[in-house]
Write a protein that binds this ligand. Structure first.
Ligand code: PMT
Length: 328
């Protein structure tokens, strides 16, 4: 048992506990972990003290977004990736901020960012021009979208409503999630985890990984991948047991989606599981909870509307009910 993991006597079954201890014990140290912890505590303090921000206490949500990578070499040249554009996390963050939440956005480097969804893929190259050789300026076709993105993002950061923390690989993701979980523990039910990231299920343990680039001349490659322990369990039981917790379930086969979401709900005792299918994930999701299943759809009558708009409203209502219940 290791104190770094915050595991205690009543932790998960021994086999799972061993997997967790071995995962963290063999992971490379998280770069700048002290700075991240300081940033986190400052952000939480600003948002949970009545003097901070706009003068009131805010609820804080940790939104995870994008996919984790699994390096195959310590000096990584090759890696296994997980599919996620980061759109769900970025859009959800915008709606949470709009609703008054402070958001810790734990995102994969290079994926979709809040307030940038309407910008072209390469904003610097596409959004600006030098008309007649004069100074650089925003192209008129993009000017509204750029102004809105810059204004909204800067306002969210200036008002301490948005803290962005990046990750690339599975080690950085889980180590940072652990720091966030521990830092949010004291907020009890006012904190929320909204786990939209696509997290690797298999990895190469750091200490059994080759240091240098794997040589192709050695012929076909056999790699044995270990199972990444489901950290949802530790989050729910140890890191932040009173926080409101929403996890996600992605499947490509609609026939098994709701069953798998229901299984995850019961197994990890989260408050709801957002079930989505790969092809329709931007149109609809099903929120699975012990109160039953709710289908949430994008408003197709409103051009440019997002499924995250009604989804975040529903999640907020559930969170409010949970806070109320926890205080009675
Ligand atoms: O980013 P987009 O392109 O917009 O797509 C959004 C999305 C489809 C990625 C998102 O809506 C989504 O469904 N994310 C979860 C994807 C997934 O593959 O989940 P999973 O079945 O691997 O994991 C289920 C839950 O367990 C997740 O909440 C995850 O945080 C958690 N998990 C997973 C693995 C692991 N080792 N530990 C975990 O705790």
């Amino acid at each position: 048992m290791s104190s770094i993991n915050g595991l205690g006597r009543e932790g998960p079954a021994p086999v799972v506990e061993d997997e967790i201890t071995s995962f963290f014990g063999s992971a490379p140290p998280l770069k700048d972990s002290e700075k991240i912890f300081e940033k986190l505590n400052r952000f939480i303090e600003l948002n949970s003290s009545p003097q901070g921000g706009d003068g009131g206490e805010r609820r804080i949500v940790c939104v995870t977004s994008g996919g984790t990578t699994v390096p195959l070499e310590q000096r990584c040249v090759r890696y296994i990736d997980n599919f996620s554009s980061g759109n769900r996390g970025a859009a959800s963050t915008e709606y949470f901020v709009k609703a008054g939440y402070a958001v810790i956005f734990l995102y994969r480097r290079g994926t979709c960012q809040p307030y940038c969804r309407s910008l072209p893929d390469d904003p610097f190259l596409e959004c600006f021009e030098f008309p007649d050789g004069s100074d650089i300026q925003v192209r008129s076709s993009h000017s509204e979208a750029v102004k809105r993105a810059v204004r909204d993002q800067q306002a969210a950061v200036a008002e301490s409503r948005l803290l962005k923390l990046p990750f690339t690989n599975i080690f950085e993701y889980l180590q940072t999630l652990q720091l966030i979980g521990t830092a949010l523990k004291d907020l009890g039910p006012d904190a929320m985890f909204y786990l939209a990231a696509a997290v690797s299920d298999f990895y190469v343990p750091w200490n059994s990984m080759t240091e240098h680039k794997i040589q192709s001349g050695a012929g076909p490659l056999d790699i044995r991948l270990a199972q990444v322990p489901k950290m949802l369990w530790v989050l729910r039981t140890k890191w932040a047991p009173s926080a409101f917790c929403i996890s996600f379930k992605l499947e490509t086969d609609s026939k098994i989606l709701l069953e798998k979401a229901g299984m995850a709900l019961r197994k990890y005792k989260v408050h709801a599981v957002v079930a989505n299918e790969l092809l329709t994930r931007k149109e609809e999701v099903v929120v699975v909870s012990t109160d039953g299943n709710v289908l949430v759809r994008r408003d197709t009558d409103k051009p440019g509307s997002d499924v995250e708009d009604p989804l975040i409203r529903l999640i907020m209502d559930r969170h409010s009910a949970y806070i109320k219940e926890s205080h009675t």
